[in-house]
Write a protein that binds this ligand. Structure first.
Ligand code: HMG
Ligand code: MG
Length: 313
């Protein structure tokens, strides 16, 4: 069974222009909980100066109604973030670094080695508390500042994260520029050294390659896919990048390709509608195939389409 990690409440909302009230975020998470996704990244305990949109992380965690078969995780950059995530009752934490020194400096104010030094006590403490830890490797293919990233750097960094005791590494295309050939090249480099069970993929969809990249990844053996309901998302420190690949599109494409997956596509779209009064663009379109807005990604909402547009209705 392919597991979906729904990152909409965190990645999807961290870069929104609108300040979405906590009750709407809570309703969004609660609606996502009913869709069959395995895990929901609820929010981030990071500097409010860097990411003001998620400064209500503790309130959101407090308000959600948890389902026992769903993992509710939080992004944390350091011990301060871990302490807050633990107090909020996160089931799992995610730390984040990048294969690009420049992106790391802009995003977390330290380089690759500095990030590893910061993570060690965080991971040690999390494991002591029984919390699983995910590590993100951002800019795993391309960096907005440094260009193409060598697979060897991603392998080396991923092994260091796993050596610390992390449960999984999410290989992230932060600026959404990877192609299926580049995905295959990187996975060919990673998979002989890292079991597929310890890898996830995280594609942004700037160039409309997200679904093709997901399909390539699962055909290579990857079983955990990050996505965001309605294709919301983006990192303020990755200029020009658009949202994550839409969860509805991922689930539909995987089902069509015959991969085992059990997530309610309409439920995902209904979850997205909870946010629609607050988003700066229209809500994600209906997944009903007769009313598709975009022939390619199906979820054109004026901003989060894959870019191949062709409005059908
Ligand atoms: P720093 O300035 O080096 O940290 O930032 P510091 O320890 O010197 O602290 C500076 C200030 O931040 C202090 O406040 C701290 O208290 C506060 P002040 O005294 O100035 O009032 N602070 C915190 N506040 C709340 N929670 C915390 C925390 N830590 C310090 N945990 C730091 C370093 C990492 C904290 C900062 O750079 C930061 O928060 N960065 C977060 C950036 C971020 O969240 N980016 C988006 C997520 S990553 C992403 O989207 C990529 C991903 O989706 C995968 C992909 O697509 O590639 C995951
Ligand atoms: Mg991301």
């Amino acid at each position: 069974m392919i597991r979906i990690v729904e990152v909409g409440p965190r990645d999807g909302l961290q870069n929104e222009r609108a300040d979405i009230p906590a009750p709407a975020k809570i309703a969004f998470v609660d609606a996502l909980s009913r869709t069959g996704v395995a895990e929901i990244e609820v929010s981030a305990f990071v500097s409010a100066k860097m990411i003001p949109r998620l400064r209500d992380a503790a309130t959101v965690f407090k308000g959600i109604r948890r389902k026992k078969d769903v993992i509710y995780s939080a992004l944390v950059p350091n011990m301060k973030g871990l302490d807050q995530a633990v107090a909020a009752g996160a089931d799992k934490i995610s730390v984040f670094t990048a294969a690009s020194e420049t992106f790391n400096h802009k995003n977390i104010n330290t380089g690759i080695e500095g990030s590893l030094t910061r993570f060690r006590p965080v991971v040690r403490q999390a494991i002591k508390l029984g919390l699983p830890v995910r590590g993100y490797v951002s800019t795993a293919f391309w960096c907005a500042y440094e260009g193409r990233i060598s697979p060897g750097i991603v392998l080396d960094l991923s092994l260091k994260l796993l050596d610390m005791g992390m449960q999984e590494v999410s290989i992230s295309d932060t600026i959404g520029k990877a192609t299926p050939d580049e995905v295959a090249e990187l996975l060919d480099c990673l998979l002989p050294k890292i079991p597929a069970a310890q890898l996830a993929v995280h594609f942004h969809d700037t160039y409309g390659q997200g679904i093709a990249n997901v399909l390539k990844s699962v055909s290579c053996g990857i079983e955990v896919v990050d996505a965001s309901a309605g294709g919301l998302g983006g990192c303020p420190f990755a200029p020009g990048a658009t949202g994550n690949v839409a969860t509805q599109a991922v689930v539909t494409a995987l089902k069509d390709a015959g991969f085992p997956i059990d997530v309610d596509v309409k439920g995902l779209t209904d979850a997205g509608k909870v946010l629609s009064p607050y988003l700066t663009a229209a809500p994600p379109a209906s997944p009903d195939l007769t009313s598709l807005a975009c022939a390619t990604c199906e979820f054109f909402d004026g901003r989060h389409c894959c870019g191949r547009q062709t409005r059908l209705s």
